[in-house]
Each structure stands twice: as structure tokens, then as C-alpha cells.
Design a binder for this molecule. Structure first.
Ligand SMILES: Nc1nc2c(ncn2[C@@H]2O[C@H](COP(=O)(O)OP(=O)(O)OP(=O)(O)O)[C@@H](O)[C@H]2O)c(=O)[nH]1
Ligand SMILES: [Mg+2]
Length: 227
């Protein structure tokens, strides 16, 4: 059975790569910087989006694509912040793919958007395999999940240029060792940028917001230079 499955999986990934490349072209032509945000369920993806939208209000035009198995709950949370959000329901699927993003883009007005953030389905495994056309992949790990996660889900840590360690307000109530997270993540990805944050208290948000602003500005400059 394994001999049959391998080529099928490869074909699916190759087809996805083509769609992701098309998405990337579309983003670049529109001058939009795109982040693919991943984590396990409940680590704080939507909370991060809410606080980031508040922090960048009036400075950067933001739109959001939400991926969940069911419900439009997260898209409604984002819309209530005054930002365009479209919800994809994967109906059991454990990750987003390039085709789903292509369809979702048709529901967004991208004319005033500088930054598109895609909240992937809560899962530390499959989303790591599927490019969406994003410029950066970023992940959240909450301290309540434990400091062993880099050991168990290495691919996610390897491919993400940013690691946000969230819920640091809960550190006193856990046995999570921040030094272990940093060291284990560094061994997998020495270039990864790490931010320690709390979406509850807002601690650590200033450097994270500066990182985004710098990225959006840099992307605009790069695209303008190509024209
Ligand atoms: N104490 C504390 N709780 C937090 C923090 N960030 C998020 N939460 C809580 O964690 C829970 C899950 O947060 P969400 O932002 O919905 O997580 P998510 O990753 O979007 O979840 P899914 O979309 O279901 O995968 C909510 O009850 C949040 O209020 C934090 O920094 N500290
Ligand atoms: Mg969410």
C-alpha cells in the first residue's frame, strides 16, 4: 500500500506548489505581504490577530483569511475589529491549500490591503507541508503546550521564520522552560526569530509589531523596484 500512496501524495504536493506560485504572483502584483500563521488548536492565533489588528490600526491595511474545520466564529471575531475576513471551512480537512486560498481571494477587496494574514487550521503537522503562496510562515507555541514541542514537531519549527511563544502570563503555573524552547528551536532553525508574548496582557507586542511593519515596508519597496 505504501508504494501506491507515495506518488499520489507527491502529485498532490506538486499540484499545490503550482497553485501556491500563482497565488504568490497575485500577491506580489498587488504589493501585498502575506503571512501563513500556524499553531496547534487554541495556542492563540485569533487572539494574536485581534491584538495585532489593534496595534497596527491606521498604519497598515489588513485582511484575514480564516481556516477552520467548521464554523465562522473566528472570521466573525476578526470582522468585529473592522477588518475584512473570509472564512474557509475545510469540513474535516486538517490544513489549508493553495486552491482554497485562490477561491477565498475572490471574496476579498485587496485594493487597500498591505498585509494579508492567513490563519491556518489548528494543527502542528499537515499545514507545514502545504505552501499557500505566503512570503513568511510563522507559528505560535503557547507555554501551556510544553517545551518538548520542537522535539516532536520539528518540521513546523524548521519552516517557520518566526516563533511566537504565547501565553507567557501563564508561565508561573506551568513547568515550561523558556530556555529549553529557545535552544530546541534554535537547533532546528538557527535563523528563526523568537518573540515571547502574551495576547492577554499585551506583553512583548512592540517588537512583534515592529517586525511586521518592517516586513510590509520592505516588501512594498522590493515590489516597487521591480516595476
Ligand atoms: N492566559 C492567556 N490566554 C490566552 C492568551 N492568548 C490566547 N488565550 C486564550 O486561549 C484561548 C484560545 O485562543 P484563540 O486565539 O482562540 O486560539 P486559536 O489558536 O485561534 O484557536 P483555533 O482557531 O481553535 O485553533 C482563548 O480562550 C484565549 O482567550 C494569552 O496570552 N494568555
Ligand atoms: Mg482561531
Amino acid at each position: 500500500m505504501a508504494q501506491i500512496k507515495v506518488p499520489v501524495v507527491r502529485n498532490i504536493l506538486q499540484a499545490n506548489e503550482r497553485l501556491a506560485a500563482e497565488n504568490r504572483k497575485r500577491f506580489d502584483n498587488a504589493g501585498i505581504f502575506v503571512l501563513n500563521l500556524m499553531s496547534s488548536p487554541g495556542a492563540g492565533k485569533t487572539s494574536l490577530l485581534e491584538k495585532t489588528i489593534e496595534g497596527l490600526a491606521g498604519r497598515i491595511g489588513i485582511a484575514v483569511i480564516e481556516g477552520d474545520l467548521q464554523s465562522s466564529y473566528d472570521a466573525e471575531r476578526i470582522q468585529s475589529k473592522g477588518v475584512q475576513a473570509v472564512q474557509i471551512n475545510t469540513d474535516g480537512g486538517c490544513h489549508l491549500d493553495g486552491n482554497m486560498i485562490q477561491i477565498a481571494l475572490d471574496s476579498l477587496d485587496l485594493s487597500a490591503v498591505d498585509l494579508l494574514i492567513i490563519e491556518n487550521v489548528g494543527n502542528l503537522v499537515c499545514p507545514a507541508e502545504f505552501n499557500l503562496g505566503e512570503h513568511d510562515k510563522i507559528m505560535i507555541l503557547s507555554v501551556a503546550e510544553g517545551d518538548d514541542k520542537p522535539l516532536k514537531y520539528p518540521l513546523m519549527f524548521q519552516i517557520c521564520s518566526v516563533l511566537l511563544v504565547n501565553k507567557i502570563d501563564l508561565l508561573p503555573y506551568t513547568d515550561c522552560d523558556m530556555n529549553k524552547i529557545r535552544e530546541r528551536a534554535r537547533q532546528l532553525n538557527a535563523n528563526q526569530k523568537v518573540f515571547e508574548i502574551s495576547c492577554r496582557t499585551g506583553e512583548g507586542f512592540a517588537p512583534w509589531l515592529s517586525w511586521i511593519e518592517e516586513k510590509v515596508r520592505g516588501h512594498k519597496k522590493l515590489q516597487a523596484g521591480k516595476i
